[in-house]
Ligand binder design. Structure first.
Ligand SMILES: O=C(O)C(=O)C[C@]1(C(=O)O)C=C[C@@H](O)C=C1
Length: 335
């Protein structure tokens, strides 16, 4: 059945509302008024909802952060899908159920957020215990700030608590503060590290802003859709004419030069590689625990007519490979 441009489409993202993932979804689809923004509780749920729920058309998931690197949850979710036995196989090529159709860059400006009004930075040392709630990915982005804060409050005990997202951190701090206020009034402060949007959305108070260690801290998100869902809305205006390609592959074990052989195909076709990463995997076959899957990204011109033979050469050199998508480069990449 063909869809009309007025049909509502749902995008899932790591919620609750106000997360950086929510921001990424808005950046991708704000030029359309047919999009429903639907939060999930975890990143794996974003993938499973998109795969199994017919009313979900897109997912926005974080991939990497400019300060503390890979969002390993997402890398491993892509890996597990590619190595899943239920995927369609064509030669050495794995064809997953999902496809990457876009990328978004979100400026990450963390704030210290209190459920209690009128808390100033200098008041923090008055508390015996300060619980700090945030998403695990955040700790590496504010490590210097947190160590300075702890030094400024030598008599305060700090505890860090992992939450499922930054917005969840704000909600958890608000909840915990309510119970602590009754049991130990004035002794304990529960604070969150999250973005400004989450603070406003949940009526919490910003104690300090732009607390990330590095200015320009940015997270890159991927936008996914179902592979067989042919129709998708036009890309947002801020995309360049070059495409980025995300390819993952595995190699024969103990085959010196096999990685170089794959990379040489990029050189042969003058394709500029923009990233390379790897993650361990265990195929359950042979007795070798330490096997690696590689992730590369390279630019290509959508008009390039040589890509078919390029992928034939890739097919010859990889045990398994999977092209997750060829999608427009977001102009924010160059800024
Ligand atoms: O918790 C959020 O707000 C998210 O969208 C997740 C996430 C991540 O997993 O990287 C996104 C951006 C920030 O780097 C911190 C957390």
């Amino acid at each position: 059945m063909s869809t009309t441009s007025t049909e509502k489409k749902t995008v899932v993202f790591l919620g609750p509302k106000g997360t950086y993932s929510h921001q990424a979804a808005i950046q991708q689809f704000s030029h359309l008024d047919t999009i429903i923004y639907s939060p999930t509780s975890t990143i794996p749920e974003c993938f499973s909802e998109l795969e199994t729920n017919s009313s979900v058309s897109y997912a926005a998931v974080p991939l990497e952060n400019s300060t503390n690197g890979q969002v390993v949850f997402s890398y491993d979710l892509l890996r597990d899908r590619m190595l899943d036995d239920s995927c369609t196989i064509d030669g050495h090529r794995i064809i997953p159920q999902l496809e990457v159709i876009g990328e978004q860059y979100v400026a990450i400006t963390h704030c210290l957020i209190s459920p209690v009004a009128d808390i100033k930075l200098k008041n923090i040392e008055d508390f015996k215990l300060v619980r700090v709630f945030s998403h695990p990915q955040v700790w590496g982005q504010v490590a210097k700030y947190m160590s300075k804060l702890k030094n400024q409050c030598p008599n305060t005990k700090f505890e860090t608590i992992d939450t499922s997202s930054t917005s969840d951190a704000v909600l958890r701090a608000i909840e915990k503060q309510k119970t602590d206020q009754t049991s130990q009034p004035g002794d304990i402060l529960n604070i969150a590290i999250a973005g400004e949007t989450a603070a406003h959305l949940y009526d919490a108070h910003i104690v300090d802003d732009a607390i990330n260690d590095r200015l320009g801290n940015t997270t890159r998100f991927l936008i996914l859709k179902k592979l067989d869902d042919k129709e998708y809305p036009p890309q947002p205006p801020n995309v360049s004419k070059m495409h980025v390609n995300l390819l993952m592959f595995t190699l024969e074990l103990d085959d010196p030069g096999s990685l170089v052989d794959v990379l040489n195909v990029l050189k042969e076709y003058s394709l500029n590689m923009s990233s390379i990463s790897s993650r361990p995997y265990n195929s359950g076959q042979n007795d070798r625990k330490w096997q690696y899957i590689f992730y590369i990204e390279y630019d290509s011109d959508p008009q390039n007519t040589n890509m078919k033979t390029f992928y034939e050469e890739i097919n010859e050199r990889c045990v398994k490979w999977c092209l997750w998508g060829s999608f427009p480069r977001n102009e924010k990449y160059y800024q």
